[in-house]
Design a protein around this ligand. Sequence first.
Ligand SMILES: Nc1ncnc2c1ncn2[C@@H]1O[C@H](COP(=O)(O)OP(=O)(O)OP(=O)(O)O)[C@@H](O)[C@H]1O
Length: 141
Amino acid sequence: MKENNVLIVCGETGSGKTTQVPQFILDDMIESGCGGNCNIICTQPRRIAAISVAERVADERCESSPGSDGSLVGYHVHLDSARNERTKLLYCTTGILLRKIVGDRNLAGITHVIVDEVHERSLLVSKAKFMVFLRNIFMII
Ligand SMILES: Nc1ncnc2c1ncn2[C@@H]1O[C@H](COP(=O)(O)OP(=O)(O)OP(=O)(O)O)[C@@H](O)[C@H]1O
């Protein structure tokens, strides 16, 4: 991760790509004193997954529910979001990421983009991979 802007993570189902990898990054940034800058986005193809994974990760961290004052985790899906200015790890749908890119081509302030479930090869996921790759933003897929 420290040597490459783009990383591909492959692992068995249930090995923790979705729930653990973003937390490794978050914890590493906090431990290295960069927690204040940390702003990770992890995309999910479906809104239900974005919400339930955010809840699961907040629970694993013994934090209150996503988007509340006591949590660093949040989610953002179409017509629903739970996040605040303290959110450091945001689970969102792929469509929300694409909308953010359209609004701000450089994704200013975002430190890491994780495009999950790329094997699904949907049009949205392909677009997200391409657009993030073009901008050379740190990405794990
Ligand atoms: N919402 C949840 N509630 C309960 N357990 C969960 C939840 N989400 C994940 N887990 C558990 O956490 C572990 C890691 O799951 P995770 O989704 O991070 O794996 P993954 O490698 O991303 O899997 P996949 O390739 O299927 O997406 C698994 O044992 C899974 O059953």
